[in-house]
Design a protein around this ligand. Structure first.
Ligand code: CP3
Length: 354
């Protein structure tokens, strides 16, 4: 068989619309999933989480499986995202942290000195057994629907570790970055190793794609992103390249960083809603697929407007190597779950201009 023939055979064996779009192959319909689809917009999620702290639920195999499945059953999305949080691998290696409802991750002893780096040991498979068990169970239950594994990117995780909690301006994080570049690079190197191992374990347990969330990268100038952050994100993405699953890379408010995030090496770049998708595709270039980018607040708008905006995004996505429909950031907790289901139906039924 020629290489081309072999490639065609491999391509046609990929049937999932989500995986096809990630790889730049024509999908049967525009694939759609939603960041934060597993969560507070679903009454069944609120019920199962009653009385169970967030982090505890992330380490309970039965809960991870059930919560991950909920949006797949309800909305018929083209991919599941494994229910967890970006701080879970840090918790798993013993970092003293919690996820406080309405606030986010809070770290008891923020990391600001070289001595504290020893708290960030390598992640071992045994640290996350309940999680890899959940991934294995999910892959069986999901059948043809792919499971996306994920991790937090080094900068975003460093921000929580250095600030000690959520931050608007990330000033302590940046003070460390500018003031002690050696410690900064050592810290991001440690986090990159942990994130890469977390992704690897999820894929080895059966996840068919991974997303690296650099939610707060948009707070950086392009030059600072290149100097202090991109090499570490690139190291995470490179560390899982051999697994041959699509790698998605996403951040918020990253209009000025999109081409640079692409250079970090992912196969798919997530785009937030502040940039028109056509402009994002120009910036990212022809070598990568895109994911996004409906403003999550449009789910609170009249249906006609919501659908018109979704259609514009699908039409614009035709110019990319591949397009996975998503929101430009996570589902807002107050979102009407039925509106999400109807949006999935609309995206699947819409025939883009060709
Ligand atoms: O459906 C999914 O997307 C999977 C689950 C998921 C969660 N967190 C569950 C969660 C994913 C992918 C994440 C990633 C995550 N966590 C990111 C990157 C994505 C992004 O939104 O930019 C970040 C920055 C975090 C850190 C974090 N954890 C925040 C900011 C919060 C929200 C705090 C709040 O209560 O408003 C969390 C908590 C969290 N993670 C919740 C969920 C469902 C809410 C906790 C609850 O239900 O009580």
């Amino acid at each position: 068989m020629t290489n081309d023939a072999r490639a065609t055979e491999v391509d046609s064996a990929i049937t999932s619309p989500f995986l096809r779009a990630c790889r730049g192959l024509e999908p049967q319909h525009t694939p759609v999933w939603f960041m934060r689809q597993a969560g507070r917009s679903l009454p069944e999620y609120l019920r199962i989480r009653e009385g169970v702290p967030m982090l505890e639920s992330c380490f309970r195999t039965d809960m991870v499986v059930e919560i991950t499945m909920q949006p797949v059953r309800r909305h018929g999305v083209d991919a599941a995202i494994f229910f967890s949080d970006i701080v879970v691998p840090l918790k798993a290696i013993g970092v003293d942290l919690d996820i406080v409802a309405g606030t986010g991750p809070v770290v008891a002893d923020p990391i600001r000195s070289v001595e504290q780096l020893s708290a960030l040991r390598d992640l071992e498979p045994d640290d996350v057994t309940p999680i890899t068990d959940a991934v294995r169970a999910l892959v069986g239950e999901l059948g043809d629907t792919p499971l996306i594994g994920f991790a937090g990117a080094p900068f975003t995780l460093a921000s929580y570790l250095v600030e000690g909690g959520p931050s608007r301006d990330h000033r302590r994080t940046k003070a460390l970055m500018y003031g002690d570049p050696d410690l900064w690079h050592a810290l991001l190197g440690r986090i990159a190793a942990i994130a890469a191992q977390f992704l690897r374990l999820q894929v080895e347990a059966g996840a068919s794609a991974v997303q690296l969330f650099d939610s707060w990268a948009g707070t950086l100038s392009p030059a600072d992103y290149d100097t202090y952050v991109r090499p570490h994100s690139a190291a995470v993405l490179e560390a899982v390249a051999d697994l041959d699953v699509p790698r998605i890379h996403f951040g918020v408010d990253t209009g000025e960083l999109l081409s640079r995030m692409g250079e970090a090496g992912a196969d798919v770049i997530g785009v937030d809603w502040r940039v028109p998708l056509a402009d994002a595709i120009d910036r990212i270039g022809p070598d990568r697929a895109v994911q996004g980018n409906l403003d999550p607040t449009l789910l609170f708008a009249p249906t006609e407007l919501l659908h018109a905006r979704a259609a514009e995004i699908i039409d614009a996505g035709r110019a990319a190597k591949g397009h996975v429909f998503n929101l430009g950031h996570g589902v807002l907790p107050a979102t009407d779950a039925d509106a999400l289901t109807r949006l999935v139906e609309f995206v699947h039924a819409y025939e883009p201009e060709r």
